[in-house]
Design a binder for this molecule. Structure first.
Ligand code: ACO
Length: 320
């Protein structure tokens, strides 16, 4: 049997920190409101483009795996904040790291992007179509936020994370997964990138629409159903997992999901306090930090769950 072993991982978090108090200097908000409603204490703001963060995370993952970029045969970048629409960001990463033998494409499933990338990359490796796949989640959300809108400006941050997946006979990597999309709820989370120039005068600020409470409800429902599906596929239960690593969009939502799925206290990875919601980058950054802190160790079994605009949703059982 062929599996997609995670042989390298890396992250890139920009050094510049914006605290809740910094935001309160120009927005009608407070550290107390942001902390209690979201769990966020600070976020990172990038001075460089999304592709630069993607490149740094990718180089770190390759270095950790001790694999030369020329051996990579596919690069998938999950992002909804690419520097350019055409050519794609994956080709920029390919050029920058010298992965001249790789195919390269971007994937936009909003905040669910990294798990989507893992799902399809794992499938391609298992099918024998690819041997070494670099998957990256990278976002520069602060570049497109409307900084006059407190309801969205306080939630997001920048960053990137990457994993190298390699064809292997070891029974590790993404062992089972479920991805889905609830397109009837497309409108509850949308960010119009302004391609329809005929519809309004594009001034560089993206009209960001989201209905927080509706997303909250659908996210909990969608993620818990996806987790249940994955447990059913594998015959495992919550007692078999060492950690839950979910998308980091709101600490209350993470706690709610943990309770609903009966995950024991202390087994859920939370780092939203440091980075806010970095969309497709939350998952790989959280994985890196779970490993750095010893929360996840080789041999551990992890459940991951995500949701994002679309509304996309997913869960995956990963053996490290
Ligand atoms: N500071 C102070 N007050 C604020 C702020 C702010 N930054 N933002 C909103 N408020 C006010 C509102 O104006 C409202 O005031 P009112 O009662 O006088 O009308 C009050 O706070 C409550 O607003 P709600 O939107 O009802 O607050 P809620 O408790 O739902 O929290 C939040 C909003 C944090 C967005 C929550 O709904 C949530 O986390 N939802 C799910 C995740 C999500 O939507 N993430 C966004 C990205 S989506 C993704 O990651 C896929």
């Amino acid at each position: 049997m062929t599996y997609a072993e995670i042989t390298g991982w890396g992250k890139c978090v920009p050094p510049a920190i914006m605290t809740n108090d910094d935001l309160a200097t120009f927005l009608d908000t407070s550290d107390e409101w942001i902390r209690t409603r979201t769990g966020i204490e600070e976020r990172r703001v990038s001075a460089v483009g999304t592709s630069t963060m993607a490149r740094v995370a990718a180089e770190n993952a390759l270095a950790a795996a001790d694999v030369d970029a020329t051996e990579v045969d596919l690069i998938i970048v999950a992002s909804c904040t690419a520097d350019e629409i055409i050519p794609n960001m994956a080709s920029k990463v390919q050029q920058d790291i010298g992965a001249k033998n790789a195919a390269a494409f971007d994937l936009n499933a909003a905040c669910s992007g990294f798990l989507y990338a893992m799902h399809y990359a794992t499938g391609a490796i298992k099918a024998g179509m690819h041997q070494k796949v670099l998957i990256i989640g990278a976002e520069r959300l602060t570049r497109i936020l409307d900084w006059t809108k407190r309801e969205s400006a306080v939630l997001f941050g920048d960053g990137a994370g990457a994993m190298l997946l390699e064809s292997s006979e070891n029974e590790v990597g993404l062992l089972a997964s479920k991805v889905s999309c609830d397109a009837d709820a497309r409108d509850v989370l949308s960010l119009d990138f302004g391609l329809g120039f005929d519809r309004y005068d594009f001034d560089g600020v993206m009209p960001f629409n989201f209905e927080g409470q509706e997303i909250f409800k659908r996210a909990v429902k969608g993620m818990s159903a996806a987790i249940e599906d994955v447990f059913k596929q594998t015959g495992k239960t919550v007692d078999d997992i060492d950690a839950l690593i979910p998308h980091q969009a709101n600490k209350r939502l993470i706690d709610f999901l943990g309770k609903m799925c009966k995950v024991p206290e202390g087994k859920t990875m939370v780092n939203i306090q440091k980075y806010g919601n970095t969309s497709s980058a939350t998952l790989p950054i959280a994985f890196c930090e779970a490993l750095e802190t010893g929360m996840v160790k080789p041999g551990d079994t992890i459940m991951s769950a995500v949701f994002g605009g679309g509304l996309t949703c997913g869960a995956g059982l990963i053996r490290w």
